[in-house]
Ligand binder design. Structure first.
Ligand code: NDP
Length: 300
């Protein structure tokens, strides 16, 4: 039995992060400007608070100009829209991220549409979605999780993914759809599966690349995965872990990791796979946005 390659998201994220730090210093030396990121959090969702803290911390560690706006859950939609307008006009802010989900009285898509596309570091604005799907991704800001997942795939399989069969399980705007667009542009043969897909195990058995973005703990079983396939597990699911102590939990992905060990080619662990890449790609997008806004030439 050969051991599968464990795709070390932490290590790969660290190398991408070093490169971002180097390029941010280059930008500062040439323009006197730091990439500026504004993160907006509305409400007190504990998971969102953790994400926002870690985004702010990473931006600070990279020497970015980082601003955090924490607003109460009762914030009115017009107040939030006003804040976005101010950030859109602020020349020191190159990237704006509104942490989702927003409280239910706020129209999420209205807020996301107001962010200037060139500052939309989440890549959710319709202009960025359009650029990505029409094959102009070099002018877009690409959603962080799928972009990070693509980098993991290329670091594992090499830069040429053409002709490979890729199955993306999940069709959300945040992960599944942009992931499918990216893989299509890499000339993979792409299938997007979702909750209405028939015979999901057989669909997955045909895949050289499986990207799981479902949000159901270990739903994808080991015997659904073809021998030698590469598995990117985006799912983050928290399960009770009484063996660790009362009230303790553990994280698992959407793929039954242990069942895959005997036959997959490579697989991301959860945690330590896709997660570390997501935050680093947010920093990469902020740097890209800053370079474009400051008229600094893009890397080819
Ligand atoms: P969504 O809930 O928005 O989408 C889930 C998708 O899974 C939907 O398209 C849904 O299909 C599909 N689905 C649900 N049940 C099944 C099923 N039984 N069979 C096949 N498909 C199914 O989730 P997200 O895309 O936002 O996130 C997915 C997972 O990734 C979550 O665990 C989330 O926490 C994680 N995540 C991790 C990130 C990271 O940084 N590592 C970042 C973002 C998300 P349908 O459309 O038909 O309902």
């Amino acid at each position: 039995m050969t051991q599968p390659t464990l795709i070390d998201g932490k290590a790969i994220a660290a190398t991408v992060r070093d490169e971002i730090g180097r390029r941010a210093s280059e930008l500062l030396a040439s323009t006197g400007k730091r990439p500026g990121l504004a993160v907006v959090l509305v409400g007190e969702d504990p998971a969102s608070e953790v994400y926002v803290r870690s985004k702010d911390r990473t931006a600070n560690e990279l020497g970015f100009h980082s601003v955090k706006h924490t607003l109460p859950a009762s914030t009115g939609e017009s107040h939030l829209l006003e804040l976005i307008g101010t950030l859109n006009d602020d020349p020191d802010i190159h990237g704006i991220l509104v942490q989702l989900p927003l409280p239910s009285h706020i129209d999420e898509s209205k807020v996301l549409r107001l962010i200037k596309p060139e500052k939309d570091v989440d890549g959710f604005h319709p202009v960025n979605v359009g650029l990505l799907t029409s094959g102009e991704k070099d002018h877009a800001l690409i959603p962080c999780t799928p972009h990070g997942s693509l980098i993991l795939l290329k670091r594992t399989l090499g830069s040429d993914l053409s002709g490979l069969n890729a199955v993306v399980v999940g069709r959300s705007n945040i992960v599944g759809k942009p992931m499918a667009s990216l893989l299509l542009q890499e000339s993979c043969t792409v299938t997007v599966a979702h909750s209405r897909t028939k015979d999901l195990p057989d669909v997955i058995r045909a895949a050289d690349i499986v990207v799981a973005a479902v949000g159901r703990p270990e739903m994808i079983r080991g015997d659904w995965i073809k021998r030698g396939a590469t598995v990117i597990d985006v799912g983050i699911n928290r399960l009770p872990a009484p063996e660790k102590g009362e009230g303790k939990t553990r994280l698992v992905g959407d793929v039954a990791f242990r069942e895959c060990q005997s036959h997959v080619g490579a697989i991301t662990p959860v945690p330590g796979g896709v997660g570390p890449m997501t935050i680093v790609m947010l920093m990469a997008n902020t740097l890209t946005a800053a370079r474009r806004q400051l008229g600094f030439p893009e890397d080819k």
